[in-house]
Design a protein around this ligand. Structure first.
Ligand code: G3P
Length: 219
């Protein structure tokens, strides 16, 4: 039985930026090992190098640009992400959308740099399009309207999770409003490989406690 995948997206929250990104990354690593969860993190580009040096869990970028190394300015290339120590990248997060053409353009460069691809869809229709056209290692479905909200995708849209699992030939993550062990258990029971979450952990006064309550098995 594969370990559940839990990816904490640090987003651009100050509570997970700079040295605080390193601190939260270490908490994620410690708790992932303690509770036998495949915990991974998605950090800002500027934090990848420091965080990847500090932990051995997979560190992902939150985005990668369709730009070639060389005569280009201000873009984030797959080559640079690899050199910084990234294991892969999120693509098409609801807060940083790219076209299907852009996704298909960047993926060969990510593959050349041996970087994982996690493609995020807003709904099942987009996921079906990704299934046909996108070479990703993991898919994720995240209803944008539930991101950062009070009700999780597991509680609000269990049918969408089931439909997405059936539509995906890759391991599927679910995200948006994930807060507690119940959300994780529901997602896994519906066939998801894990979850992608952010605010409940990153914005918690006690980040360690919030994460441990989510991933620790119920006694
Ligand atoms: O990338 C995951 C993120 O969009 C979910 O955010 O705050 O609802 O856990 P949140």
């Amino acid at each position: 039985m594969a370990k559940p995948i839990v990816i904490v997206n640090f987003k651009t929250y100050p509570q997970a930026t700079g040295e605080r990104a390193v601190a939260l990354a270490k908490i994620c690593q410690t708790l992932g090992r303690k509770h036998k969860v495949d915990i991974r993190i998605a950090v800002q580009t500027t934090d990848i190098s420091a965080v990847a040096k500090a932990v051995s869990i997979p560190v992902y970028a939150q985005h990668a640009d369709f730009a070639m190394p060389g005569k280009s300015t201000g873009w984030v290339t797959a080559h640079a992400l690899k050199k910084a120590g990234a294991k892969g990248t999120l693509l098409n997060h609801a807060e940083h959308r790219i076209s299907i053409q852009g996704i298909r353009g960047i993926i060969p460069h990510l593959r050349k740099s041996r970087l994982d691809v996690i493609a995020i869809a807003a709904d099942v229709r987009q996921l079906q399009e990704f299934e046909r056209h996108v070479d990703a290692d993991l898919f994720c479905i995240e209803p944008p309207e539930l991101i950062g909200g009070d009700v999780s995708v597991a509680m609000a849209r269990p049918g969408v999770i089931g439909d997405a699992v059936r539509a995906s030939s890759r391991p599927l993550l679910v995200g948006a409003g994930i807060k507690n062990r119940t959300d994780l258990t529901i997602a896994l029971s519906l066939g998801a490989a894990g979850v992608l979450l952010s605010s409940h952990i990153v914005l918690a006064h006690d980040q360690r406690g919030a994460l441990e309550r989510l991933i620790a098995p119920r006694r």
